[in-house]
Each structure stands twice: as C-alpha cells, then as structure tokens.
Design a protein around this ligand. Sequence first.
Ligand code: GDP
Ligand code: GDP
Length: 437
Amino acid sequence: MPVPVVALVGRPNVGKSTIFNRIINERLSIVEDTPGVTRDRIYSSASWLGREFRLIDTGGIDMSDEPMTVQIKNQAEIAIDEADVIVFIVNGQTGVTKQDEDVAKILYKTNKPVVLAINKADNPEQRQDIYDFYSLGFGEPNPISGSQGTGIGDLLDEIVKSFPTDNEREEDDTIKFSFIGRPNVGKSSLVNAILGDDRVIVSDMQGTTRDAIDTKYHDDLLDEDFTIIDTAGIRKRGKVYENTEKYSVLRALSAIDKSDVVCVVLNAEEGIREQDKKVAGYAHNAGKGVIILVNKWDTLKKDTHTMKDFEDEIRREFQYLSYSPIIFTSAVKNQRLDKIPELVVRVNENRERRIPSAILNDLLLRATSIAPAPVVKGKRLRIYYMTQVAVGPPTFVVFVNDSELLHFSYERFLINQLRETFDFEGTPIKILPRTRK
Ligand code: GDP
Ligand code: GDP
C-alpha cells in the first residue's frame, strides 16, 4: 500500500517552507524573506500519530524564469497531480489576496480533499480573524503559526482524517517497476521498446488521478501483469514544469516510492554521475528491489574487458548495491531488453521471499560456528533466535542479549550468510536487533 502524499500550496511567503520544516521536524530548507530562494529539500517522509505520509513543498519547485502567476498556477497543478491531500496555506495577517483567489480557482478543479490553513496566526486575536477565509470556499479554516508551532497538531489531525481509506485506493497485484535516471539516458526508449510488440496494454490510465500516467500491461511471454510507474520525462505531457530539475527529482522519488522494483538506468557513454548515486541510494534505503541497467551499450567500442571494467566500476561506486544485478542494454538495438521483465519478476520474488524460522535458526547456528559472535567491551554478543517479520524487503528480527553489541560488521556478516544461503538477489535485507533479557 503506497503511503499517502500531502502537498503544501499557496502563494510565495505565506510560510510553506516553515510549515514543511515543522512537519518533518528538521530544519533543512532555507526559510528566507526573499521569495524564490532555493530550498534544499521539497520532498520528505513524515508521520503523525503513527500514520506515515510523504510531504511535498510545491513552493520549492523553482520556476523563477516564469512569471509569478504561471509559477503559482503550476505549483497548484503539481499538487493536484501528485497529492492525495492538498494543504492550501494563506497568510492570516494579510487577509484574502488576489493570488490566494488564483490558487483557489485551480484547486476548485480537483475532487481531492483540500485543507485550508491560515498561517501567521501568532496570537489569539489573530485567530479570531480567520472568518474572512471562509470566502475561499474550502470550509473550516485552520489557524496555525508555522514559526511558533501552534495549531500544527490540529492541522495534522485534519490532514490525516482526509487520507484516502484503503477501499478508495485502487489496489492491484501487478508488479510495479520504474526506470529511474538522468534525462536522456534512454528511459522512454526502454519503456516504449518493452511495451512494443506482443505486450498488451491493459489500461493507459488518463485523467486527473495521481496514477494518471502509469501503464498497466500484461506480458504474454511471462504471463505476468506489470505496471510501469512513470517518471518525469518518460511520457512527456508538455507541461512547463516537467523540465525543472526539482520536479524531475521529486517525480523520481515518488516513482521509487510506488515501485516494487527500480531499474536505475545509467548511460554507458557518460558513466556514473553523482545524481545516479543519489537516486539509487534512495531506492536502497526505501527497501526497493534494485536492478542496474547500463543503457546505450551499443555506443561503446568494446573489447573483452569493457563489460568487466564497467561492472567493477559500478561495484566500486555503488557499494551498498552489491546485491543488484547489472545488465547492459541497448534500447535502439534491442539488446537484452527481454531480460528486463524477467529480472524484475525474479527480483520481486526475492523481495517477497519468506524463510521459515526453523531454517533461519539452522543458518544462525552454522554462522555463529564459522564466526563466533564478537566480544565488545568485555561482553560477548549472544544471539538467541532469528525470525523473519516482513517481506518487501525481507526483514529479520534477531533476538540478542544486548542489541548494542550487534555491530554493523557482524550484522553485515549475517546478511551475507543469508544471501549465500537463499536467493535474495536484487533486494535489500533488513536486520532489526532486539534485546531479550
Ligand atoms: P513560503 O514562501 O510560503 O515557503 O514562506 P516561508 O516559509 O519562506 O516564510 C516566509 C516568511 O514568513 C519567513 O520570513 C518566515 O519566517 C515567515 N513566517 C512563516 N511562518 C510564520 C508564522 O507563523 N508567523 C509569522 N509571523 N511569520 C511566519
Ligand atoms: P530519457 O530522457 O531518459 O527518457 O531518454 P530517451 O529515451 O528520450 O532517449 C534519449 C536519446 O537517446 C534519444 O535520442 C534516444 O534515441 C537515444 N537512445 C535511447 N536509448 C539508446 C540506446 O540504447 N542506444 C543509443 N545509441 N541511443 C539511445
């Protein structure tokens, strides 16, 4: 079940960035009086009362070469496209402005829930002045102060209440995968080639829903249903904001969140770049299956070492992805494209793999006899029992005498033992130590 997405919208300077930081509880974005200042982060996970969600600060999607009216319009449209719940923020100290009305007009077009927040209501008298804002037509205004933190809890209650219920969310059991990578690496060519011949597109969903451009199809050869999760730049919709860097990163992260398996696409001609490592790291941390795809393989002059050298470099640069299969493809020369859906299926199976506790504990016995648990500060780590508590990714709880004693290196040793014994290719594995007296 994908976590709900919440977007903050509103004209510049109403306090979106301040509220974003409040909600994610970190001070990462730069809050400044100058509108248009670039913000570090516009997308983050957050939670309230145990409910997880993703938060987008649409104000951080910089389109400063566009006129202000266009920027405000685009940001509101991004919120409509991307979010399950929209938080419309206005400034309680200025009353309703023309720009607020412009945002409202765009938000009228959506049938997604809109929660109205009146910011800068720093003191009680100001909280009386919120009635003006009923005129915007979004029901009860919620007075808050982003800078002081008042009213944020009530606002979050309101937001959480508006989350879609499980029934409203379309759930399906297709395998969801995505191609993530910098512009021009060949993502759309890969999608088009895969959707090409004998694969029937079940539905090419259009409209205003969040999944508007994801493509569901049936693969006859494998007899599997897939959904290709779209990222900006795959299906070019001709919207102005699609070319902005922040928006494409935002789309990439949100596509990763919705995927079971992520194909990180590198460009053979250009090698590995910093941005490739960032998105791959995000996919790994999010517990997604990861396949590394080196596309445009046809463009290289090759000798017997080329592939091996490239592979070595990938292993050096993406050390945390030592479990990921690597394939060398050409979207235009149709090289190894059939391997992609096959690998996606395999990695997805591995990510869903369950190992019975009895077998795990045999492995544990064997592992601890090969490499006895270490002594840390005079105290020996004792491992009592291991059990798998989740799939997607496979997650193991290890009961020990003191979880402080389970160091990273021994944890990695256990993970390697798991990988040697079972097929977990392509999937991250999580180990959760628990102290048991
Ligand atoms: P954004 O452009 O909508 O993201 O607005 P910012 O978060 O950058 O805030 C714009 C200005 O309003 C900054 O100077 C903030 O310090 C200030 N501000 C934000 N929230 C509040 C608030 O609750 N009360 C007051 N008085 N100022 C605030
Ligand atoms: P995207 O921005 O990642 O979606 O990249 P595109 O699929 O639009 O491809 C960018 C350019 O690279 C286009 O001109 C493609 O024809 C070309 N291209 C894509 N894949 C390959 C490939 O495997 N080999 C070669 N030589 N060109 C490719």
